[in-house]
Design a binder for this molecule. Structure first.
Ligand SMILES: [Zn+2]
Length: 336
């Protein structure tokens, strides 16, 4: 929406995963189909890496005998997807299911006309939207932050290199659906899935939110809390217990065009256009736990948050107020 940048939050977020983590390298499926000879046992998949073709080919060939060692990484999209899904879950749990269009999180995958109109994705619903209000104003809370067709995302996640890991194979036993027992080898089953996974991983992504509203930062605080409590999985094999990560916010930097002692946000910086963009007016809270960063070669004022828990406690209530406002508009009872 806005062409000019008024505020930005940059968050360094460290994720750790003690159990198996698997982001599949799709190159391997093709490689195996071409190179596998009869009776050779290769893993079903190997972890995604930035390896060159030559290194990848070598590691793939050797994966018959030992787990590969490559420059593994987790793409930003593999973090962003579950992050958005958790944010949507939080929003939906706080608003009535039958709320009007745009009041609760849409289902980004619902494209068909037969779909329940209320949950139809914003991409579909807003394709023919009127121009008197911005697309941003008419989009659902999730799309206002994460974007949809016709509306850019405000939040980005960088790819994360794996900083530490153990490269291992894990075999999964097939379960007989009828008896609930192990699928017996006589029937062609047994340990029938052979995965390459990483364990004891640590990786860090940088999250940037440009032109944020306070409730959006408040929503992030709730999503961060859920990840800190290890309730969200990423990657392949969630039903097998893979990818249960623990997130920890390490660093928050706020950038503004002018010096301030408050946590400024879109509404406090852009009063005139708030109606068109449907931005909820609210004061910028005072916040002491920040330190100014030196402004070398920059026109901006940068502040580093020195007390992250206090910051989260300051911003979270703005999301609660936003939800109260949406509930009022939905005419629904507030759900505890
Ligand atoms: Zn939406």
């Amino acid at each position: 929406m806005l062409k000019r940048k008024l505020c930005q939050a940059d968050i360094t977020w460290e994720l750790t995963c003690s159990g198996p983590l698997l982001i599949r390298d799709e190159r391997f499926t093709e490689w195996k189909a071409i190179h596998k000879k009869k009776d050779e046992i290769f893993p079903d998949c190997i972890f995604l890496s930035r390896s060159t073709k030559a290194d990848f080919d070598k590691a793939a060939r050797e994966s018959k005998n030992k787990p590969p060692e490559l420059p593994f990484f987790v793409p930003g999209t593999s973090i962003r997807g579950p992050f958005r899904a958790q944010a949507e879950r939080i929003i939906r749990s706080l608003l009535p299911e039958n709320a009007e269009d745009g009041l609760t999180a849409c289902d980004p995958f619902l494209q068909g006309k037969q779909a329940d109109r209320t949950l139809l994705s914003c991409s579909k619903r807003l394709a023919k939207a009127g121009k008197e209000k911005s697309i941003y104003c008419q989009a659902c809370p999730a799309c206002r932050l994460f974007g949809c067709a016709g509306l850019g995302s405000r939040i980005t996640f960088t790819d994360a290199d794996i900083e530490q890991h153990a490269s291992v194979f894990r075999d999964m036993i097939g379960i007989d659906r009828f008896t609930g027992g192990v699928y017996s080898p006589e029937k062609g089953g047994g340990a029938n899935m052979h995965f390459h996974v990483l364990e004891n991983t640590k990786f860090t992504t940088k999250i940037s939110v440009v032109n944020f509203e306070m409730w959006q930062i408040g929503l992030l605080a709730y999503v961060f809390r859920d990840f800190a409590e290890q309730t969200v999985s990423i990657g392949y094999g969630k039903t097998k217990g893979f990818g249960l990560v623990k997130g920890e916010v390490k660093d928050i930097i706020l950038t503004y065009p002018k010096a301030t002692t408050r946590i400024e946000h879109l509404a406090s910086l852009m009063k005139d256009e708030n109606g068109y963009y449907g931005i909820i007016n609210c004061e910028a809270p005072e916040f002491e736990h920040v330190t100014d960063l030196p402004q070398a070669m920059s026109f901006y004022c940068q502040k580093k948050v020195t007390d992250i828990p206090s910051f989260m406690q300051t911003v979270a209530p703005f999301f609660n107020c936003f939800i109260d406002e949406l509930n009022k508009r939905a005419g629904g009872e507030e759900i505890q």
